[in-house]
Design a protein around this ligand. Structure first.
Ligand SMILES: [Zn+2]
Length: 377
């Protein structure tokens, strides 16, 4: 037994070393901009910038636009690679600079507005930057996106407090919801709205859920025969019916459902090139169309005469606003939004390859969404 005397000492010492290592460094996934990603475990946990904060990221939603970013297609002002991506960020305030005026306390769970004012530079003259897109690995500790376990927060960042009563993973839907709220605010919404959402990805389903929340007379979601799982979620969210466009003619179905008048609002949240043009055929005279599905910068066929003759208003669906973010958080904090239906699959950092497979739809398991959780080790 005596030979074991140094044992506990040795164990305490080695435990100490392990925990010290954990405190100093953390992990993040990097997008190289050439279709490849890698995980690095040697990032320094950031110190708060002057007037800023550090977040311990709890979870980040993965998004179709991450695929474009992975392949180096720049679609956000100031976007660069390589970088730590991730823009649907829920985190807890881990550290605050003594001069921080961010309206939050250490330990608060927050949603991050990715758009933050920054000084114009030659490479980014816009006067703002986006977390997850426009910061390089050389900027401070290099952690400025949700795919990292920690991230730096600059002064003037909008941080909105989120409820502790839902999981961080479910709450990452705040960012898609904020975008959707910004788009719907441009449409004259009335009691008898007939809404068609094309593309049952996480944006399309979030749109459908918000349309339901705002009140619709008819809510229709379309997808292809590959989207059976997603269309079944659309029905659970409250779609009056779904259309499988691989087997059914959407023009005929919408005409039938609206007595030939067609829909008040038609949304493209698909990646298919024919959908922007199809929107114009599905909308009524004087109706609204939202084009928000990215097409990898390909030109798409559209008969503009239809828009002219029907007097259609077309909106481009980009990001959210400060106000739409606040509204999204308000809705989620009521806990009445169908966040569990919209969650999809949750992955840990060790499962990043599986998460990317779901995002790229190369996995044999389909999910409405993939979420990377830093809570899950
Ligand atoms: Zn997104």
């Amino acid at each position: 037994m005596e030979v074991w005397v140094p044992g506990p000492l040795f164990n305490v010492y080695s435990l100490g070393l392990t925990s010290m290592k954990k405190v100093d460094t953390c992990s993040a996934v990097i997008f190289n901009g050439d279709g490849t990603w890698e995980r690095r475990d040697d990032f320094q946990i950031p110190e708060p910038p002057e007037g800023g904060a550090v977040l311990a990221v709890e979870a980040v939603g993965l998004c179709h636009s991450d695929v474009a970013q992975l392949n180096g297609q720049k679609h956000v002002p100031g976007e660069i690679s390589p970088t730590v991506p991730g823009h649907e960020i829920v985190g807890r305030v881990h550290a605050l600079d003594s001069n921080a005026e961010l309206g939050v306390e250490i330990g608060d769970r927050v949603a991050v507005n990715i758009v933050v004012p920054t000084e114009p530079t030659d490479s980014n003259p816009f006067g703002f930057s986006c977390y997850g897109y426009s910061f390089s690995l050389e900027d401070s500790e290099g952690l400025w996106g949700g795919y990292g376990e920690y991230m730096s927060i600059l002064p003037q960042t909008q941080l909105e407090p989120l409820t502790n009563e839902l999981s961080a993973e479910e709450l990452t839907i705040f960012e898609p919801l904020s975008n959707v709220i910004a788009w719907t605010s441009r449409v004259n919404w009335h009691e008898k709205m007939k809404v068609v959402v094309q593309g049952p990805g996480h944006m399309g389903l979030t749109f459908a859920a918000m349309a339901k929340e705002m009140g619709t007379e008819k809510l229709i979601v379309t997808g292809t025969s590959e989207d059976q799982h997603r269309l079944s979620i659309a029905e659970k969210i409250g779609a009056d019916f779904v259309i499988d466009v691989s087997n059914e003619d959407p023009v005929e179905k919408i005409s039938e459902a609206t007595g030939g008048v067609m829909a008040d609002l038609v949304v493209d949240l698909s990646s298919a090139p024919q959908v922007p043009g199809l929107c114009l055929d599905l909308v009524r005279y004087g109706g609204d169309v939202i084009w928000a599905g990215l097409k990898d910068r390909q030109a798409v066929p559209v008969v503009t005469d239809t828009a002219v003759m029907r007097g259609i208003t077309i909106h481009g669906g980009a990001g959210g606003t400060n106000r739409s973010l606040r509204k999204a958080v308000e809705i989620l904090n009521t806990k009445d939004f169908p966040t569990s239906l919209l969650l999809g699959e949750v992955f840990s950092m060790n499962e990043i390859d599986d998460a990317m497979a779901v995002l790229n739809r190369t996995s044999h398991n389909d999910a409405v969404r993939a979420v990377l959780s830093h809570n899950r080790k």
